[in-house]
Each structure stands twice: as C-alpha cells, then as structure tokens.
Design a protein around this ligand. Structure first.
Ligand SMILES: [Zn+2]
Length: 211
C-alpha cells in the first residue's frame, strides 16, 4: 500500500460545486471521481511502469490502493486477499488493550486495511513502530465501511462569491452520513471494526504452518 517515489500525487484543484447544495468538485470531473454518498475522491497518484517507480516511500499511503484494499479486504502489504477464518478477517492494530478504554478494539475506527498471515509475521518482526507501541492481533467478523479520511474544505468567506474553497482541516475522518462529507476531498477509506476477537498471532502462525 506504500507509495513509490515515481508515483507522484495528482493534485487537482477543487472548486465549489454549482447548485444550492455546495460542497467541492473538480472542474473536469468524471463519474469515477465520486465515491460512496457522492464523496469527491482524491485522484491519488500517477500510474507509472515498474521500471519508473523508484523506491518505496514507507509511511506515504497510496490512496487509490488503500481504498481498493479496504473495499476488497486485501492485505495492505502484498495486495493478496487478507487472511480470513471462522472468527473473521485479520487486523493488526498498533495499540494494546492496557492503553485503551474498556471494550477496545470493538468498533475501532481505522484507515489501516487488514493483512495476510505471511505479511503479519513479517510486520511484527520488521516494523519498529509496532514493536515500540505494542500490537494487538484481532479477528473482525463484520468490518463495516464507515466513511472517508481526507482534507476538509470550507467556503472562503473573505471573498465575495469566491469559486474556490479553502482548507479548513488538513486531515479529518467523516462518516458517510456526515453533512460535511460534500466538503471533504476523500483520500482514504475508513473502516469500523465490528465483531472483534483478540487472537494470539504466534499460535495462529504455528497452527497454520506459516512459522
Ligand atoms: Zn500480505
């Protein structure tokens, strides 16, 4: 899911949508630019051939790939199907129950897609952030699309009838039903983890013969 240096971000200017409803739009908008509940989707990163990709930018999310991984429940590292068993889909959360409110991680909101078992094993060995903060492996029976994360715009009230909105918040998570959704440039999909069971990843890896 990480972006590569050659895959530069497509920065399309946004304008205020005509009509009484307001919200944002692209001047050259296509039907594919709209997501769920008519949210305007960030156009993501440019497609480049493999030999022009450069090097991976760890920490920089490839928005189009993130949204696809959430939609299809794909592993966010390798892009194959995420692991699924009778308890649900495998998620690796970078937190521990001891640091969280009671009931966590039920109904946790996340922009991280799930994982396959092989990549989960590699991640716990190679990701310093997971090591430091601790992690929790969770099986999610009913992962539910919740909304989008992106850049929130507002009308520019300092100019009379300006056709261009201004940024009100660089990063915001909004539910699909949120009335402000029409002002969000939706970059990533947000999932709500419903039906969580914490599992022991070491046991699963041994049982399934990954380790
Ligand atoms: Zn994987």
């Amino acid at each position: 899911m990480a972006a590569w240096t050659g895959e530069t971000v497509i920065e399309t200017p946004v304008i205020i949508r005509r009509g009484r409803l307001g919200g944002i739009a692209y001047a050259d908008e296509l039907p594919a630019d709209r997501g769920r509940n008519d949210a305007l989707l960030h156009r993501g990163r440019r497609f480049v051939n493999k030999d022009q990709r450069g090097r991976p930018l760890y920490g920089a999310v490839h928005m189009n790939r993130q949204r696809r991984a959430m939609r299809k429940l794909l592993c966010h590292v390798c892009g194959n199907n995420a692991d699924h068993n009778e308890l649900g889909v495998l998620w690796l959360l970078d937190n521990m129950p001891a640091n969280c409110p009671q009931g966590w991680p039920e109904e946790e909101i996340t922009v991280h897609p799930p994982l396959c078992l092989e990549c989960a094993e590699k991640a716990i060995g190679q990701c310093p952030e997971l090591e430091q903060k601790g992690f929790t492996a969770v099986r999610v029976r009913d992962p539910q699309p919740y909304g989008y994360r992106g850049r929130l715009y507002v009308r520019d009230l300092s100019l009379h009838a300006s056709p261009f909105p201004i940024v009100s918040k660089e990063t915001e998570n909004l539910a699909f039903e949120d009335p402000l959704l029409s002002w969000l440039l939706a970059a990533q999909s947000v999932m709500c983890l419903v039906g969580c069971t914490m599992v022991d990843l070491d046991t699963e890896l041994v049982v399934r013969g990954v380790r």
